[in-house]
Design a protein around this ligand. Structure first.
Ligand SMILES: [Zn+2]
Length: 80
């Protein structure tokens, strides 16, 4: 029996809107052991939902797939 000695990488960020803890969004088919390695991540599956944003510094509208999701129930802000 092999034991997984990998260090669990818990990467979180602060929501730019409310300051709440935000988790990484991981796309694609993921095995259960991978999910165990990332206790603080959202798994979005294979469907990448593109979202629109107004980039504050340039004023341009951009499209992209969000990489971070706010974990505050009242916020749920997603960004990249
Ligand atoms: Zn938030």
């Amino acid at each position: 029996m092999t034991e997984n000695k990998k260090v669990k990488r818990v990467l979180t960020r602060k929501c730019p809107v409310c300051g709440h803890e935000s988790w990484r969004i991981i796309y694609g088919m993921v095995m259960p052991d991978v999910i165990e390695q990332y206790p603080k991540a959202e798994f979005a599956g294979c469907v990448v939902m593109e979202e629109q944003r107004l980039y504050p510094t340039t004023g341009h509208v951009e499209w992209g797939a969000p990489k971070w999701a706010c974990q505050s129930p009242g916020c749920r802000h997603r960004w990249w």
